[in-house]
Design a binder for this molecule. Structure first.
Ligand SMILES: NC(=O)c1ccc[n+]([C@@H]2O[C@H](COP(=O)([O-])OP(=O)(O)OC[C@H]3O[C@@H](n4cnc5c(N)ncnc54)[C@H](O)[C@@H]3O)[C@@H](O)[C@H]2O)c1
Length: 446
């Protein structure tokens, strides 16, 4: 069985190298020639632990190659994965332009029966749209070739994409006919033999499952953030509440950390897209509207807390920022709360000195070159003369800093921690004024 993967982003690239690692012959396609060129040389285009090794190993074994040639990629394989982006449109709906474009190209070059799996996160009904788009492209060239659509949403997490792809906790497939399911079961056989569970269903249910999973996880985060705001008001500590909650096996320990809000390429856009789908079908998804609102309040409140303490006008003042990636382990900055805050700080006249171990280059491109913003090579450098330190990403290197050194370097011993990474007692002893999320303020300085 030969595989082609369309799109070489976090999902497409991980999918391609992991199927190649299972022994398949894989051709991965992207519309960006620079990406394809780098990948063919074994240079990862994204930061993902383990990616470089698995990429190089499979290139050397000639099990994977990268191309921009749609004709070759479609013709050479029996199984085609669509893994292109589905970013938010202006109205919150998923922008399906890339998916439709990939479908068009597939139809244009289809030369034999194929099974087409959609890995991109797409709203309910999109697999039928893909099917119709391919049919229309085939009809245009006078062909009535048969093909099967399978919805195969992806659940990998950035920062552990390779691990998650090799060891998925579940493989969801939505299909319409048994012959397609048979091909997909065989395709995933090496993963199933490794312990992965395949869950089979109809196409609309598979499409909804993906959004429901992300919306559910985003809801867990938002409700903890809402509790954190209540804790602030009543003098409770959200960390104690979290530990108390996590001991309940019906709730569990995952995704119940309060913080400055979720970001990334999935939760924000998928929550929005699901709300939009609800509107389209005249179903007001009230909880999800609140989840999104709470997430925004969280980052806005963090920034306002900084302004309240250091002043609205930042003239002559400097803020050190630790972390621009939306979470540790990735260089993805999409919808990162850090970017929102940096833009607010700069707009108020503060200068910002930022550090991130892997995401700085992406942030530089996003924010553009400007004299009041610098990205430094070492975390300590960001602190020199800073009025305050703001922490947005819980990178390991931030967890145990030399607080005495920090104090010496900064103008004021003032920390705003959006991820609750420090112990309150340690901060008290270290002589910092320490603001965190839903926990008592420590060491207020006059
Ligand atoms: N990033 C994640 O953690 C994650 C997890 C699960 C699901 N998803 C979903 O998977 C999909 C892809 O996400 P991503 O983060 O990998 O996106 P991405 O933006 O990192 O990558 C998308 C890639 O598709 C390429 N592309 C665009 N149009 C194309 C076309 N017509 N043909 C071929 N390639 C094309 C782009 O050049 C880009 O390299 C999205 O729907 C996303 O919601 C993402």
């Amino acid at each position: 069985m030969k595989i082609s993967v369309f799109g070489t982003g976090y999902v497409g690239l991980a999918t391609g190298v992991c199927f190649a690692d299972m022994g398949y012959s894989v051709m991965s396609l992207d519309v960006e020639p620079e990406k394809v060129e780098k990948l063919n040389q074994g240079i990862p285009t994204i930061f993902e632990p383990g990616l470089e090794d698995i990429l190089k190993r499979n290139l050397a074994a000639q099990r994977i190659s990268f191309t921009t040639d749609y004709k070759m990629a479609v013709e050479s394989s029996d199984v085609l994965f669509i893994a292109v982006g589905t970013p938010s449109g202006d109205d919150g709906s998923a922008n399906l332009d890339y998916v439709v474009s990939a479908a068009n190209s597939i139809g244009q070059f289809m030369n034999s029966k194929k099974v087409i799996l959609t890995k991109s996160t797409v709203p309910v009904g999109t697999n039928y749209l893909i099917r119709d788009t391919i049919r229309a492209a085939l009809k245009k060239k006078g062909s009535s070739l048969e093909f099967d659509m399978v919805s195969n949403p992806e659940f990998l997490r950035e920062g552990s994409a390779i691990h998650d792809c090799l060891h998925p906790d579940r493989i969801v497939i939505g299909f319409e006919n048994e012959s397609a399911a048979k091909v997909v079961r065989r395709l995933y056989d090496p993963f199933i033999k490794n312990g992965a569970k395949m869950i089979e269903m109809d196409i609309p249910s598979a499409e909804v499952t993906k959004y429901a999973a992300n919306a559910f996880l985003a809801t867990k985060i938002s409700i903890m953030n809402e509790f954190s705001r209540l804790c602030d008001k009543v003098g409770a500590n959200i960390e104690n509440v979290r530990v108390g909650l996590s001991a309940d096996h019906r709730i569990g320990p995952h995704f119940i950390y309060a913080g400055v809000g979720y970001g990334g390429s999935c939760f924000p856009k998928d929550v929005k897209a699901l709300i939009y789908t609800g509107q389209k079908y005249d179903e007001d998804l009230k909880i999800l509207n609140a989840v999104e609102q709470t997430n925004f309040i969280q980052r806005e409140r963090f920034v306002n807390e900084v302004f309240k303490r250091v002043g609205q006008s930042g003239k002559g003042k400097k803020i050190a920022v630790w972390g621009v990636a939306f979470k540790p382990g990735t260089d993805d900055i999409r919808e990162s709360p850090s970017l929102y805050a940096i833009e607010k700080f700069l707009a108020s006249g503060f200068s910002v000195s930022a550090y991130d171990p892997v995401a700085a280059e992406n942030a530089k491109i996003h924010l553009g070159a400007r004299s009041d913003l610098s990205f430094v090579a070492h975390q300590d450098e960001a602190l020199s003369g800073a009025d305050a330190l703001c922490i947005f990403t819980e990178w390991k290197s931030f967890l145990q800093p030399d607080f005495a050194k920090l104090k010496k370097s900064m103008k004021y011993s003032l920390i705003f921690d959006g991820r609750n990474i420090y112990d309150l007692e340690v901060m008290r002893e270290s002589g910092f004024e320490y603001h965190s999320i839903g926990r008592p303020l420590v060491g207020v300085q006059k």
